[in-house]
Design a protein around this ligand. Sequence first.
Ligand code: ADP
Ligand code: ADP
Length: 225
Amino acid sequence: KAAIELRQVVKRYGATTALHGVTLEIGDNEFFTLLGPSGCGKTTLLRMIAGFEDVTEGQILLFGEDISGREPNRRPVNTVFQQYALFPHMSVIDNVAFGLKMKGMDLASRRQRAGRMLEMVHLLAFADRLPSQLSGGQQQRVALARALAPEPKVLLLDEPLSALDLKLRQAMRVELKQLQEETGITFVFVTHDQEEALTMSDRIAVMSAGRVQQVGPPREIYEAP
Ligand code: ADP
Ligand code: ADP
């Protein structure tokens, strides 16, 4: 069964049409990338899946269920943004544990789960530091651990590496890919960087001006004219 199904999804902002009827299926456990230039509608699509934006026309299904009208925090989805807004006054482990409070977990379980997540991103040794004592790459890994902690079925990643320098970005590509394989969570990754898309994805949707032009595995996309 598809993790996410988009049926003729249209998004208008007043007179601007950001998406002109996008139809797409994203498989469970896939590393799926939305690739395209700035302004083509990638973020808009992601925000609608997350529930931060209303769908103007069409339907979005998550695991076969129409989720329109369901609040963002009631969807089995979590998001990592380009700007990883960590709470500056909270330790790394408390940042990761924060989202678990809403799930009704007690403090001991929250800290245990958060510790496991930090181990997964190789930052357990930094658990008691403040975010400001970490490098940019480390902070983004904390943001990833925080997003993964509530065990979402789908993780949406909006250009999560674009604030990092080139070397770190390349290392993080490998790490993200491994994280996806390890957790089996469906990743929907947004980027304008073709190389990034080609090296990480199971499948890529190439977008342009509010439309999906092509969908396929990296090899097919790379060979396309
Ligand atoms: P991308 O993520 O690919 O850069 P966006 O989804 O941010 O593209 O934007 C797609 C189009 O929708 C652009 O033309 C953008 O200006 C427009 N847009 C995005 N958000 C809004 C908004 N809140 N109000 C009006 N127009 C918007
Ligand atoms: P991106 O990194 O996707 O290109 P932008 O910098 O274009 O993001 O947009 C950042 C925020 O501004 C987003 O929340 C988007 O919805 C909003 N936005 C983008 N374009 C417009 C617009 N033309 N009018 C109003 N808001 C916009």
